[in-house]
Write a protein that binds this ligand. Structure first.
Ligand code: URA
Length: 248
């Protein structure tokens, strides 16, 4: 239900808090009819409950809930993505603050390093991992041997794995590595178990090292293994745009 005249927070205040602009410029956005609340164009003076309102600027959803956190971790090798490990190995949730409790969005194998999102935003996590939204994940793999152009084409067109063919992907050689190996950049938009390792293995180039370098619009070359940071407001909005429902 919409917050009445006296309930909730002023819309421009909520928008300013999440970094859309100053209160004044947010008032201008509202006056220009560029802000919607629950799908309806908002008018100046509108109050909202930031915990429940679906707010969008120029059609792009704005994450305004103060209770939500979105962390970006550079998972090192040897750390598991599950919350508890029966073998007692370190877990990704131990690498970030305990409060508020967050969970990993999707998973990386224990041997894979690179970017992993952790959040308590269930709706965003669901969309980011659901195949129908097709969010891209980019990996750089060091593989044994040097794949030919024909092999890269096979990786792009789809590989028959034991759980079915892979969807079209992007694959390119980014350089040779020492010891008869090569660096391959692979961009996929599925999240099947050990998918990149299995794709490379299937074309005769087992993976020696695998790093996830991008999740949709989120990349950070400067984030060292074992470090984490909060996503910026712009990054959260970019993720929300990446998984926005085109029908709403
Ligand atoms: N593909 C893999 O093989 N492993 C991962 O952790 C992610 C994608």
């Amino acid at each position: 239900m919409a917050a009445s005249d006296s309930e909730g927070e002023r819309l421009q205040k909520v928008l300013a808090r999440v970094g859309i602009g100053s209160r004044r410029s947010c008032e201008d956005l509202i006056a220009e009819g560029r802000v919607t609340v629950d799908g309806e164009v908002a008018i100046l003076g509108r109050r909202v409950d930031p915990e429940t309102a679906r707010i969008a600027v120029d059609g792009a959803p704005v994450g305004v809930r103060p209770d939500l956190v979105h962390l970006l971790l550079h998972k090192p090798v040897g750390v598991v993505t599950t919350a508890d490990d029966p073998q007692g190995r370190p877990t990704v949730v131990q690498m970030v603050p305990d409060e508020p409790r967050v969970f990993a969005v999707g998973r990386l194998d224990v041997d894979t390093e690179g970017l992993l999102l952790l959040t308590n935003d269930g709706e965003l996590a669901h969309r980011l991992t659901h195949p129908s939204y097709g969010v891209e994940k980019e990996y750089v793999a060091e593989v044994e041997g040097v794949p030919t152009r024909a092999t890269l084409r096979r990786l792009r067109e789809g590989i028959d794995l034991d759980d079915g063919p892979t969807a079209p992907a992007r694959a390119s050689l980014v350089g040779d590595a020492p010891g008869g190996s090569a660096m391959v950049r692979l961009t996929i938009h599925e999240g099947r178990n050990r998918q990149v390792r299995r794709m490379c293995e299937a074309v005769g180039h087992p993976v020696r090292r695998l790093v996830r370098t991008r999740i949709g619009p989120i990349a950070d070359r400067a984030l060292a293994a074992g470090s984490w940071r909060e996503l910026t407001g712009d990054e959260v909005r970019a993720l929300e745009v990446a998984v926005a429902d085109p029908t709403t």
